[in-house]
Design a protein around this ligand. Structure first.
Ligand code: GLA
Length: 691
């Protein structure tokens, strides 16, 4: 609900209020937290200026500001002009609808018109976005999506994920103290180093209790989130495009917009915050499908050694165990026999597929599965026909050899002919063959962002690259609306709410070790919905030298998201295949809970010996819980397995036929019979109807 009282504006939903004041020369953050009445908010007063050295509190509480030397926090807009860098905002007008506010300010003297937009979803998630229009060509160095403030003193921490290839989503905490803490990517893509998402929580916040604010930025290029904290107790979150090596040119008559940023609040702990975010993502961001089909992917089984015969053998087994989608990963095209060659040459390799790709697709379809394929449109190997023909199509500086990573370069997507090339082969691939799923990968950082091929300021490359990437995804997903898309960048390097507007699911990590995955998936689930989080059962035990975990354990770990199989099932025994069949069958019977239910995490796999992940249907009629024991120590008895989120006064039937009230299952629970190391189990509870 949006309410206006004088120059105060309140966005309220699901017991959260976000209140601002649209003044003549500034927009002030008045309040963000549990719902309050707007007429009370009007009385909120900010401290007077303390001394001539301290900016007035209002200057610190600006929701969107330009640089003019009145506040010493990060301004949302900073012009790339030594003579015109000081600017002032002048209120122009306000537009509202039932779900959105648009505030317009003239930025003087630059002549830019600023539009600051706000909206609120029914679950209390606030979205923000800004745009500028120019009457004369204007350059910007910083152009953030917005800032948001709250009072926190020194009692809070920033919770975020940090990682690296194959070790993404490690949960980290940083005390909020006066100063500035910054997360970001300058790698040209979202990156696995940090993810554009953060929670600011009470220091003693737990899964079930405590105040949490969160911010998620919907962007897949260079990004920045700053958490600024003043000695007066204001925490200010600023997020948007990275301002490092950045240049945004707004031409006369043009409008340029920032990425969307999302803000959420709860006083019920991390668990409730994640449920709120998942629910919002499922309903409002992630491309819709009720759930991800159970897929088989041949990458870990065959690597680049793809052959039609080998794929058929795997497909037979995949169908036998109940997979619904068969995916050929890297290695099917050009001369792609290793990661040294072939990227860029998107024709079906005739030696590997002598009877053509359609022969395999028909085979897969006869087995009752759909067919999917891997692509990496943004990259090229130097050893490829594409590069030999168009060495000028990559990012390179005029002065140094371009950097190769994984033996590949990045294509310069800013060039229209490059985008046209990518669209043409993708259209050909998707229209000539019956392909139901695309895994869109990208396997390197962006380097050499130099000016060799630009007449103008090459700092525009970063934003233009991300814009071009989105335009490719938008065109292809619009032209092929029935194809299922997965976003991947060497694992979980491109997981963000910008790409998830186009993708149905994402690849969480190349690390498929079932125990490491519990941690990875836990970290990822703080922010991202299990519906989209892909998890595979493989033969992999990472490079840790650990013994391979039991097949059931590997399944339980992978069943906590979208289930895929990546093991070499051609080598599985009849008994192992039978286990796969049973587990996939079980997964299918509960996947509606995993993809559309509410996640309750119990314990933290980074620190706890026993952890559970429970998924409860939104109507509270059904739940499934996966419990994992890391290692049995001292013969200690294990705590009972407890269900959360059920109705206390309703009875639920468990897998063993026993029925209990929700109150019992929550407070007492059922015995945890796990034994040994890396043990796991799954329990299901269903409402006893008609009692
Ligand atoms: C990346 C992906 C993997 C696989 C390989 C193929 O690393 O994350 O899943 O597709 O590329 O080269």
């Amino acid at each position: 609900m949006i309410e206006i009282l004088d120059d105060y504006i309140s966005l309220t939903a699901a017991d959260v209020s976000y209140i601002i004041r649209a003044g003549q020369d500034r927009i002030i953050s008045v309040y963000w937290g549990p719902a309050i009445k707007l007429e009370d908010a009007v009385s909120i007063d900010f401290a007077e200026r303390w001394s001539s050295f301290d900016p007035e509190e209002e200057a610190y509480r600006q929701e969107y500001d330009v640089y003019n030397g009145r506040s010493f926090l990060t301004p949302c807009v900073y012009l790339d002009s030594p003579s015109d860098r000081l600017n002032y905002m002048e209120f122009s007008r306000l537009e509202t609808t039932s779900s959105e506010i648009k505030l317009y300010y003239d930025i003087c003297p630059s002549g830019l018109l600023l539009e600051v937009r706000y909206g609120i979803y029914s679950n209390g998630v606030v979205w923000r976005k800004a745009s500028v229009s120019a009457s004369e060509k204007t350059g910007l160095v910083s152009f953030y999506s917005g800032s948001a403030c709250f009072h926190s003193y020194d009692q809070m921490s920033a919770i975020y994920t940090a990682g690296r290839w194959s070790g993404e989503w490690q949960v980290k905490s940083h005390d909020i103290v006066p100063g500035c803490f910054q997360l970001g990517s300058r790698q040209g893509f979202t990156s696995e180093t940090f993810n554009p998402s953060v929670m600011i929580a009470d220091k003693n916040c737990s899964e079930t209790h405590g105040m949490v604010y969160s911010l998620m930025l919907a962007y897949s290029g260079n990004w920045e989130i700053k958490i600024e904290h003043t000695l007066t107790g204001i925490t200010r979150l600023v997020a948007g495009l990275s301002s490092f090596d950045n240049s945004i040119v707004v031409n006369k008559g043009e409008t340029v917009s920032t990425p969307l940023m999302y803000l959420a609040y709860t006083d019920k702990g991390y668990g409730e915050m994640s449920r709120l975010l998942h629910d919002f993502e499922n309903a409002n961001v992630i491309r819709k499908r009720p759930y991800c089909p159970v897929l088989y992917n041949s990458w870990e089984a065959t690597g680049f050694n793809v052959t039609a015969a080998g794929q058929k053998e795997l497909a037979c087994k995949a169908a036998e165990i109940g997979c619904e989608l068969f995916v050929v990963d890297d290695g099917w095209f050009g001369q792609r026999n290793s990661d040294h060659a072939g990227l860029g040459d998107w024709y079906v390799n005739p030696e590997k597929f002598p009877a053509g790709l359609d022969d395999l697709i028909r085979y897969v379809e006869k087995l009752g599965m759909k067919f999917g394929i891997w692509v990496e449109p943004e990259s090229v190997n130097p050893d490829s026909d594409l590069y030999r023909t168009h060495p000028d199509w990559i990012y390179r500086s005029a002065y140094a050899e371009p950097l190769q990573c994984r033996n590949q370069y990045l294509l310069n997507l800013c060039l229209p002919e490059v985008r046209e090339y990518i669209l043409s082969w993708m259209r050909r691939l998707l229209s000539r063959h019956n392909i139901s799923y695309i895994k869109w990968d990208m396997n390197r950082n962006m380097s050499d962002p130099d000016s060799a091929f630009f007449d103008d300021d090459s700092r525009i490359i970063w934003k233009q690259h991300a814009d071009a990437l989105y335009s490719l995804w938008e065109t292809i997903t619009e032209e092929f609306p029935d194809v299922y898309f997965e976003s991947c960048a060497g694992g979980g390097g491109r997981v963000d709410l910008g790409i998830m507007r186009y993708a149905h699911q994402f690849w969480t990590s190349d690390n498929t070790d079932a125990f490491d995955r519990l941690r990875i998936q836990y970290g990822c689930s703080l922010f991202y919905s299990p519906r989209a989080m892909m998890c595979w059962v493989t033969d992999n035990n990472s490079d840790s030298g650990r013994a391979v975990r039991a097949l059931e354990y590997r399944f339980h770990s992978a069943m906590c998201g979208g289930l895929g199989i990546g093991a070499d099932i051609s080598r599985f025994s009849a008994q192992e295949l039978e286990v796969c069949k049973t587990m996939i069958g079980r997964y299918k019977s509960v996947r509606h809970l995993i993809s559309g239910g509410l996640l309750y995490r119990q314990g933290n796999p980074f620190t706890d010996n026993v952890v559970s992940f429970e998924y409860v249907s939104k109507d509270r009629k059904e739940a499934v819980i996966f419990t994992f024991l890391h290692s049995q120590n001292f013969g200690m008895p294990l705590p009972n397995i407890r269900f959360e989120g059920l109705c206390n006064d309703k009875r639920y039937k468990l897998d063993d036929g026993c029925a209990h009230y929700g109150s019992f299952l929550r407070s007492v629970g059922i015995p945890n019979k796990l034994k040994g190391d890396f043990a796991s189990c799954m329990h299901h509870a269903e409402l006893v109807e008609c009692e």
